[in-house]
Design a protein around this ligand. Structure first.
Ligand SMILES: Cc1cc2nc3c(=O)[nH]c(=O)nc-3n(C[C@H](O)[C@H](O)[C@H](O)COP(=O)(O)OP(=O)(O)OC[C@H]3O[C@@H](n4cnc5c(N)ncnc54)[C@H](O)[C@@H]3O)c2cc1C
Length: 324
């Protein structure tokens, strides 16, 4: 029975897994996190919800628009009408109705997912791959899909002593991510952010602030999510996150008065958006056993790119590498 192992249960890995389970019974995902979703991340803070990874997404391609329509029909996704009265947003933007992570949980239903399993070593075998995890578990599969950010892939390959050919290596090395410091502030009264509940900045320490209540994901208690700019995030990534979080909140005192802030939490994303990507939706390694790399570092990037990458990896595996 053909088996597939997928490293990374973010949007790309989950999408690939859902497609592959239509063809193969033995599809397993590994994720180092406690839950699924990766950068589709939502935190519950008391009675509030805050998205601290992806904030919204658009749909530019028919396959993804079809997927979004299905999510909307299932009540999983809502439109956030950012384009109303805005010159920045020309097309609809969508958000998870109960936070972005709920989309990942929806995709994860009925899949075989092992969380808390960080892959630390890959071993090519006569037939397929062996993957060892930090906690000492070993998995075997005929085919391997890797959907983690390219710098982490390179580290994993190097620790495993696997040499890709020079083309494969240069593709992975060409993909670059920006860091982002994300701050979630729990409020005891609504923020002063104007409708529809966001501000974008071209310069300064803050790039983006969103009101999670106006966004519709936190009806019971207000909170805001702040994303630091990439230069600021880069410069402050190794500093004390509590101090950095406070500084970013204070910077927005006109919109978030000091007395309204009950608590502040900070998340450090070393890899947020893939600013330099490989143009194709995935990369098939020139190894004797099937090995594919995908995720938002490939194709059009972002949420939509991760889904399209997952679909393309699955299609490639089914049609070319592992004919049914
Ligand atoms: C701050 C921020 C803001 C963003 N804003 C937007 C936005 O507004 N709109 C938009 O469209 N996109 C946005 N994005 C990007 C979007 O979130 C990503 O493009 C998308 O979620 C990537 O999905 P993925 O599956 O490719 O990767 P990920 O979600 O990163 O999934 C990879 C998974 O692999 C796991 N993993 C890593 N290493 C290992 C290992 N060794 N072993 C096992 N598991 C491992 C991780 O835990 C993770 O769950 C944002 C991202 C961030 C961080």
């Amino acid at each position: 029975m053909t088996s597939v192992l997928i490293i990374g249960a973010g949007l790309a890995g989950l999408t690939a897994a859902r497609e592959l389970t239509r063809h193969y019974r033995n599809v397993t995902l590994l994720d180092k996190g406690r839950g699924v979703g990766g950068r589709l991340a939502t935190r519950r803070i008391e009675q509030s919800r805050a998205d601290h990874g992806a904030q919204y997404f658009s749909a530019k391609t028919p396959p993804f628009q079809k997927q979004v329509n299905e999510w909307m029909q299932a009540g999983l996704v809502n439109e956030w009408p950012l384009q109303e009265g805005s010159t920045e947003f020309q097309h609809p933007r969508y958000v998870g109705a109960n936070g972005m992570n709920a989309i990942a949980k929806h995709l994860a239903r009925d899949l075989d997912i092992r969380t808390g399993e960080r892959a630390v070593r890959l071993v090519a075998q006569d037939s397929g791959w062996r993957v060892e995890t930090e906690v000492g578990t070993t998995y075997q599969a005929d085919a391997l899909l890797i959907t983690i950010p390219a710098p982490q892939v390179l580290a994993l390959l190097s620790e495993s002593g696997i040499d890709l050919n020079s083309t494969g290596l240069s593709v992975l090395k060409s993909i670059e991510y920006q860091p982002c410091i994300a701050v979630m502030a729990l409020l005891n009264q609504p923020s002063h952010l104007p409708a529809p509940g966001y501000l974008k900045y071209e310069e300064g320490p803050v790039a983006w602030v969103a009101d999670n209540q106006q966004k519709g994901i936190s009806p019971n208690q207000p909170s805001v999510t702040i994303h630091a700019s990439h230069p600021y995030s880069e410069a402050h990534l190794e500093e004390d996150m509590n101090a950095v979080g406070r500084e970013l909140v204070n910077h927005l005192a006109d919109w978030i008065p000091a007395g309204s802030v009950d608590s502040v939490q900070v998340h450090r994303w070393r890899y947020s958006n893939a600013e330099r990507r490989h143009p194709e939706a995935y990369l098939a390694a020139a190894t004797s056993q099937p090995l594919l790399f995908g995720g938002d570092g490939f194709g059009i990037g972002n949420v939509e790119g991760a889904v399209l990458s997952g679909l393309a990896m699955a299609e490639s595996l089914v049609s070319r590498l592992l004919p049914t």
